[in-house]
Ligand binder design. Structure first.
Ligand code: 5GP
Ligand code: MG
Ligand code: MG
Length: 197
């Protein structure tokens, strides 16, 4: 059991299971992109560990970059305009693989897709370490999925709870006895809308 801020978390997915899932994803990527010189785009902050492990296992030419979803209030428009921080090279005619830590509702992914699909890429796919099938309601097909999990809040392996927990080398889930907190305040991150990380 560990405590991050006000909440208790318990071990959920071991480092061995994570590594096996990354092996599976990386094997497929090695088959599919052998001579494609793909660009891996890691989505910061959460994907840094997953991205590192996938890229270490990729054994052909590739390029690596990282992006972060940014947003600003338009001065003359209403609502948030989303931008991708760090996208500083053309992706035209390239094979792009987005590396995500987790896909939950898919809202974040949809915002990123909107921007990347304007780039006239040759091919675009998403690889995510974790995926919540019960929460994902979008059309976009996520081709490479590490581990499917139920609607639970997890931390570790790049994923945080209010800034903490990213350094954990296994995955922890929220302990059930935090129910009082959940009823009173909602799940961690609830109500924040699209997350940048
Ligand atoms: P979505 O937009 O798909 O609902 O959620 C995307 C972002 O929400 C993720 O990149 C991550 O930052 C955060 N998120 C979603 N589910 C979890 C979770 O179980 N644990 C943590 N730590 N973050 C999550
Ligand atoms: Mg977060
Ligand atoms: Mg993410």
């Amino acid at each position: 059991m560990i405590k991050l801020h006000d909440l208790e978390f318990e071990p959920y997915i071991s480092e061995e299971e994570i590594n096996a899932a990354i092996d599976k994803v990386a094997n497929k990527l090695n088959e599919d992109y052998r001579d494609a010189n793909p660009i891996f785009l890691g989505v910061l902050n959460g994907s840094f560990m997953f991205a590192s492990e996938v890229i270490k296992r990729f054994n052909a030419d590739c390029e690596v970059s990282f992006v972060k979803l940014g947003s600003y209030e338009g001065t003359k428009t209403t609502g948030n305009v989303k931008t991708l921080l760090g996208l500083n090279q053309s992706l035209k005619d390239r094979h792009v693989i987005l590396l995500e830590d987790i896909v939950d509702t898919g809202n974040t992914l949809e915002e990123i897709n909107k921007i990347l699909l304007k780039e006239e890429v040759a091919n675009y796919e998403v690889a995510t370490l974790f995926y919540k099938p019960e929460a994902y309601k979008k059309e976009f097909n996520i081709k490479y999925r590490g581990i499917e999990i139920p609607n639970k809040f997890i931390v570790g392996y790049g994923l945080d709870y209010d800034g903490l927990g990213r350094n954990l080398t296994q995955i922890y889930k929220l302990k059930e006895n935090n129910m009082t907190n959940l009823v009173l305040f909602g799940p961690p991150g609830a109500g924040k809308g699209t997350q940048a990380d």
